[in-house]
Design a binder for this molecule. Structure first.
Ligand code: PMP
Length: 411
């Protein structure tokens, strides 16, 4: 049975009380977006109700309150990921925006013709497309770190590829959204650091599952999104090592990111404002700060262990479904199962599950190259979070058994 501590956490999330098609909602699409607890919703609402204004500009009281809340959220994020200074914490609209910032601001300065951009075969499109665009602009080459059959990164191949002379940057996710694999990012960053290669780590799927310490990881850049850690959409973080951020030019121009402007000379604002052009997503940043507070109030070591148990249980129960093939069985995984069922299209699975109140994601998960790697067009993905229960895994399994009965699937 699900521990009382988890049921207690569940009560913080109002949406989990909903019925979908007259069935209790079983929310297993947490890799797309995690739900927000009441504490985050109320903080955002209080911001809109009492403090809404623009930041960094007005001398009036409201603007100062909004600025304090916005900058307060930045400090919360800094402490949360163990960064040394708030100068290293750039608010972006999400992981995608953060990686585009690096590929443009760092990439334009540091990548040239014949340089190599090393990308893993399990990346989300957000950590492929900006690099592809950079490669097209500069004439650089993209090379791919292969993925093993169990969905872990081929570290032998990585060790060989990283020795090529022109490798300038390595782009790898901490956790794969399509497979659940946890990659050995600390080791990757260390190898890269010894060779003076820049590391861009996509932390979108890691941040909601375990504690991150950017200094311990040793990443040059680390990106994540608020909506994958129980915060709002429209807000994300780029952590960058101060030394690197200092020498980069911004790629978005506008208000707030400058110190002075004339028609023949512009000087950039200091960090982190240099990279935050225009009015930022203030309410969303405040909401992200509240999500940090919320997670800090929980025992995350316990929750990570609980999620491991949930994953083990889900893996065992899914094994009872005829025609089941799990995609991604790496020894190090977060609580996520991607799978195909023989003879049934994932979209059919998704629709039937929805009818049972079970929310999962189906498709390519914005990771077409890894689908190609496993020679499949798409998967169904059940991704869990801190509030999911063993009973919900049973409901998922029951719903899948219904699917296989309907489609007459046998092993
Ligand atoms: N990388 C990974 C691994 C992801 O799972 C996601 C979200 N699906 C992203 C990047 C993109 O995040 P966002 O859409 O919030 O920018």
């Amino acid at each position: 049975a699900t521990p009382g501590r988890i049921l207690q956490i569940r009560r913080d999330f109002p949406v989990l009380e909903r019925q979908i098609h007259d069935k209790p909602l079983v929310y297993l699409d947490n890799a797309a977006s995690t739900q927000m607890p009441r504490q985050v919703i109320e903080t955002v609402s209080a911001y809109h109700t009492y403090h809404h204004s623009n930041v960094h500009r007005g001398v009036h009281q409201l603007s100062q309150e909004a600025t304090d809340l916005y900058e307060g959220a930045r400090e919360k994020v800094r402490a949360f990921i163990g960064a040394s200074s708030v100068k290293e914490i750039i608010f972006t609209s999400g992981t995608t925006d953060a990686i585009n910032l690096v590929a443009n601001s760092w990439g334009n300065r540091n990548i040239g013709r014949d340089d190599i951009i090393l990308i893993s075969n399990m990346e989300h499109h957000a950590n492929i497309v900006p690099w592809y665009m950079l490669a097209k602009r500069t004439g650089a080459k993209i090379e791919v770190i292969p993925v093993l059959d169990d969905g872990s990164l081929d570290m032998d191949q990585f060790a060989a590829l990283v020795r090529k002379p022109n490798v300038k940057v390595v782009c790898v996710n901490h956790v794969s959204n399509a497979l659940g694999s946890v990659n050995p990012v600390e080791q990757i960053c260390q190898i890269c650091r010894e060779r003076d290669i820049c590391t861009v780590i996509d932390g979108a799927q890691a941040i909601g599952h375990f504690q991150i310490d950017v200094n311990q990881l040793g990443a040059d850049f680390y990106a994540f999104s608020g909506h994958k850690m129980h915060g709002p959409t429209g807000i994300g973080i780029l952590y960058g090592r101060e030394e690197l951020l200092q020498e980069m030019d911004p790629y978005k121009g506008g208000g707030d990111m400058i110190l002075s402007v004339s028609f023949d000379h512009i000087s950039w604002n200091e960090l982190p404002y240099k990279f935050e052009a225009g009015t930022p997503a203030i309410a969303q940043a405040v909401g992200l700060g509240a999500a940090v507070d919320y997670l800090n109030g929980l025992d995350r070591t316990y929750l990570a262990k609980y999620e491991d148990e949930l994953l083990a249980y889900a893996t065992k129960r899914l094994g009872e479904v005829p025609g089941m093939r799990l995609i991604g069985t790496a020894p190090q995984k977060v609580s996520l199962n991607s799978f195909v069922i023989k003879g049934v299209h994932p979209h059919d699975i998704g629709s039937i599950l929805d009818g049972e109140g079970v929310a999962v994601r189906t498709g390519q998960h914005c990771a077409e190259p890894v689908m190609d790697r496993f020679c499949i067009p798409a998967t169904t993905r059940a991704s869990m979070s801190i509030y999911n229960t063993f009973e919900e895994i049973d409901m998922l399994t029951e719903a899948l058994l219904k699917v296989t009965e309907l489609f007459d699937v046998n092993d």
